[in-house]
Design a protein around this ligand. Structure first.
Ligand code: AMP
Length: 401
């Protein structure tokens, strides 16, 4: 829909996610800005103008905790120069997202011009999803484009509530958002079988809802990372000092039982790389994951587990990956995550659709330089996680109805 729309002489109000790291006025990682460029460029190329709105940080909450901070510490203004350079035009600035000045500047925009508004979260109404605030914002554009997948799980004024003030043909996803939704739908709703979900990371409690939802969809679920040891302990194994959530042991057994009832295969890592302390210079050895000696902890999956998981991944037609297989931030414990990344790349080469989404597995594929060798890497951590949990995301529903 976005691709087909001609924006000539229209003023597009785009909700972007420019919540980028800024240190001393300098943007240290502009991925979120560059991700929005295709949408911005298409509108400008059509002969439209653009009003950009975004949040940055949590100004009101942080100022309450640290009174030495002021709103100026949360300004989006450093983005103006950076975006101007990226677009090769002079981006205009309004130091309030509402009010006469913003409205005058928006109305004066000529085709090909861009105006960036100050941080939406200077107003508490943004996060509260205030309807009157959303209506005021809506007056800044003729057409509403949501390209902020990273905040699609929030029912905020600018991400969801605002859409009601535009008719059906005047609200749409931007290209980034469209890509995210399409990839997520491909995996969760149009998947080809076998469908393998690889779930890793530290805590099983963070991933319960995802695993439960995947039990309805996946053929195989690989569980790695720290969360695997809660399952081993629940089954009576010895896990030494490995990460464990003792209050989740019953739930782990319950999940394994549910999977068996539904015919979904859950694969736990047969062996682990173990360490005598949680440190980059720890002494290492290997052990069966359910026979970790006292005083040692599992910090990565072992060789048997890698081979076990590789085989399953390479036979899959759809792959969803969320969470690393070990403490990949430390060189000694990155091998399992790298091997799984390589297997996902291999399966993708052989025609599988692979989506890496939600947090640290994204950091891992970026670290290994493999992001462009999988089908899709999501930019939306929390939003993608909630999508995997089966929740309806307000930012999506507001557009699709
Ligand atoms: P999450 O945010 O839940 O996906 O967890 C990611 C974090 O889990 C990363 O920082 C990893 O270092 C950590 N992690 C992965 N495997 C282990 C493990 N076996 N023991 C402790 N932490 C782990």
């Amino acid at each position: 829909m976005f691709k087909d729309h001609n924006f000539a002489n229209q003023r597009a109000l785009i909700r972007v996610d420019f919540n980028v790291p800024i240190k001393n006025g300098v943007i240290t990682d502009d991925n979120r800005i560059t991700a929005a460029l295709p949408t911005i460029k298409k509108i400008l190329a059509d002969g439209g103008s653009i009003v950009l709105m975004s949040h940055w940080g949590r100004p009101l909450k942080d100022i309450e905790k640290k009174p030495n901070l002021t709103l100026a510490d949360f300004s989006l203004k450093p983005v103006v120069a950076h975006l101007s350079k990226l677009l090769g035009i002079e981006v205009q600035w309004a130091d309030d997202c509402l009010g006469q000045d913003a409205m005058d500047k928006a109305k004066a925009l000529k085709p090909g011009e861009v105006l960036l508004l100050e941080n939406l979260r200077y107003y508490k109404q943004e996060e509260k999803g205030d309807v009157a605030f959303a209506e005021q914002l809506s007056k800044l554009g003729d057409i509403y484009v949501n390209d902020a997948f990273g905040t699609a799980h929030r029912a905020h004024a600018s991400t969801a509530v605002i859409a009601q003030f535009f008719p059906g043909n005047k609200k749409m996803f931007g290209l980034l958002m469209e890509g995210e939704v399409k990839a997520a739908e491909e995996v969760m709703h149009n998947n080809k079988k076998p469908f393998t979900a690889i779930i890793g990371g530290a805590k099983v409690s963070d991933k319960i809802l995802i695993i439960e939802n995947l039990l309805e969809k996946a053929t195989d679920i690989i569980i790695g990372g720290g969360m695997a040891y809660t399952f081993f302990k629940a089954e009576g194994g010895h896990i030494g000092n490995s990460l464990c959530e003792d209050d989740r042991l019953d739930m782990a057994i319950e999940l394994l039982k549910k999977a068996a009832d539904k015919g979904v295969c859950i694969h736990l890592p047969a062996d682990s790389i173990i360490a005598d302390k949680f440190a980059a210079d720890a002494n290492c050895s290997s052990a069966l994951s359910n026979e970790v000696p006292a005083g040692w902890m599992g910090l990565d999956i072992g060789t048997m587990a890698i081979n076990q998981f590789k085989k399953i991944i390479c036979e899959s037609k759809t792959i969803l990956w969320n969470g690393p297989m070990g403490v990949f931030e430390m060189e000694k414990f990155q091998h399992g995550t790298k091997a799984i990344a390589d297997a996902v790349v291999e399966a993708t080469k052989n025609g599988a659709f692979s989506l890496v989404g939600g947090g640290d597995s994204v950091a891992a594929v970026n670290k290994f330089g493999l992001a462009d060798k999988v089908s899709y890497v999501s930019t939306g951590g929390g939003a993608m996680l909630e999508y995997f949990e089966g929740k309806v995301l307000p930012g999506i529903a507001a557009i699709t109805g």
